[in-house]
Design a protein around this ligand. Structure first.
Ligand SMILES: Cc1cc2nc3c(=O)[nH]c(=O)nc-3n(C[C@H](O)[C@H](O)[C@H](O)COP(=O)(O)O)c2cc1C
Length: 178
C-alpha cells in the first residue's frame, strides 16, 4: 500500500500513517509513506502535454511517486482539513498525477480516504474535506473501498488518544486488504 500524507508536520496525519504502517506490517502488508509537502514537487502549469503523451516535463520527486503508485493495488490518502477543504499539498500532488491518469494508470486502484480535523463532528468540516477526496477518486476512476473521518484533532498527537476509533479503523483496513 502507498499512504499519501497531506500534512507536512509530524501531526495527526503523520501519526495515523505510521500507526497503519506498523499495524499492517504485523500482517505482512507493507506500506510506503509519501509526504508530498516534504518533497520537491513543482506545481502543475496546466500545459496539458501529459494528456497527449503521459509525460510531464518537470523532473522532480513525482517520477518516483508515480512509479510507486503504478505498482501498488491499494492507496490511502490522508488529508488534514483546511478551511473545510483538502490540503494544498495534496491538491498539488493530485494535479501532478495527471500523466498517470492519462495512461489509465489510476483506474480501478483501490483507495482508502481519510480526513482529519480539529472541529467537532456536528460541524461537518471533515465531511466536507472528505468529499474533496471522494471527488478526486471518482474523477480519476479509482475505487473507494473505505473512508473515515477523525474529529477533534487539534494538537499534533490528538488522534493517538482516540484509541477505540483508531483500532476499529485499522481492523476495517485489514479486513479490506487481506
Ligand atoms: C490553515 C488551517 C485551516 C484549518 N481549517 C480547519 C477546518 O476547516 N476544519 C477543521 O476541523 N480543522 C481545521 N484545521 C485544523 C486541522 O485540520 C487539524 O489541526 C488537523 O489535525 C491537522 O492535521 P495534522 O495534525 O496532520 O497537520 C485547520 C488548520 C489549519 C492550519
Amino acid at each position: 500500500m502507498v499512504i499519501i500524507v497531506g500534512s507536512r508536520r509530524e501531526g495527526n496525519s503523520y501519526h495515523l500513517a505510521n500507526k497503519v504502517k506498523e499495524e499492517l506490517a504485523s500482517d505482512r502488508i507493507y506500506c510506503n509513506i509519501i509526504t508530498p509537502g516534504n518533497q520537491k514537487i513543482h506545481i502543475c502549469t496546466g500545459c496539458m502535454d501529459c494528456d497527449k503523451n503521459g509525460i510531464c516535463d518537470f523532473k522532480d520527486d513525482m517520477k518516483e511517486n508515480i512509479d510507486l503508485i503504478k505498482k501498488e493495488e491499494y492507496i490511502m490518502i490522508i488529508t488534514p482539513t483546511r478551511w473545510n477543504l483538502l490540503s494544498g499539498d495534496l491538491k498539488i500532488f493530485m494535479d501532478r498525477l495527471n500523466p498517470l491518469y492519462a495512461n489509465k494508470g489510476l483506474k480501478d486502484k483501490k483507495v482508502i480516504l481519510v480526513s482529519i480535523g480539529s472541529k467537532d463532528k456536528s460541524l461537518y468540516s471533515t465531511e466536507s474535506s472528505l468529499s474533496d477526496l471522494h471527488s478526486f477518486a471518482e474523477a480519476s476512476l479509482m475505487n473507494c473501498i473505505l473512508d473515515k473521518q477523525f474529529y477533534n484533532c487539534l494538537q499534533d498527537k490528538d488522534i493517538l488518544n482516540q484509541v477505540e476509533e483508531l483500532n476499529a479503523f485499522i481492523a476495517q483496513i485489514k479486513e479490506k486488504v487481506k
